[in-house]
Design a protein around this ligand. Sequence first.
Ligand SMILES: [Fe+2]
Length: 314
Amino acid sequence: MSGAPHDFGRIASRLGPALLRKRLHRQANIAARLIHQGEGALAVERVIPVDRIIERTLKFSGLGLRGRANCLDIRVVKRDQPLANLPPVFDGFRLLHISDLHLDLIPGFADVVIGLIRGIPHDQAVITGDFADHPAGYFHDCLGDIFRIAEALSPQPIAILGNHDIIEIVPHLEAAGLRVLLNENTRLEHAGQHLWFAGIDDPCFYRTHDLEAAHRGIPAGDCSILLSHSPETYDGARHCGFSFMLSGHTHGGQICLPGGTALVRNGRCPAAQFAGAWSHHGLHGYTSRGTGSCGVAARFNCPPEMTLHILRRP
Ligand SMILES: [Fe+2]
């Protein structure tokens, strides 16, 4: 977007020229991006401004304030995640998972996030995409919050892009201190033992992900954690041999019936991968309900979350 430092040469060398071309082509298709990114479960989403209708319905029904308050009621979900091939030195490793911040949706939202982060000791943080909410990817209003959140997190948080993030945001994220993975991987080393993190570009709207490239160089049998904005890559991730996969994107439905049944589902994945912990033929995974909210500043029966995964040896 305008004003962004366009370091396309460096990004092309990381993402590959063909995938960068594909991404820029889709980014230029503003009409497609404005008509609700991704592929909504309801075809009506493509022709009717569903978000605006929901917003007005909530306003006139008197539920708007409650829905907005629910967006700020972020739950800290703490859970153990056994991993068979976790190196002994990483037993008890505290991995903080933040997803789908959509920072420009609710003024003051970042202050709530930062307050919570300060009360959650962690060894490593990951952010699984969607820093901005604006469907066309305008992100400059979010940059101040991104810098403040990165500063509150453990050194060098690892991040990927979501379907609301345009590629031009990458140099800004890196300037904030985030390690952005564009179909790449990185490893943590402690006492001679390794824990790998891999991250793919958005598989949902841009479809510029490359699981094989993200896994390249990870020795067979090593413990590896894949960051994938949408959980729809779960089967490919299993075939690549990843140990654990973290996603967001679905927002758990965001507006749900009592009991948590989503009114609208935006993920091309089975119900099992839509929210919470899951496993698939030896691959463990977790899909966050999202820390922020998408499109409409309202949540019902689907609280936002930050997730602290405590990695364990079984
Ligand atoms: Fe999102």
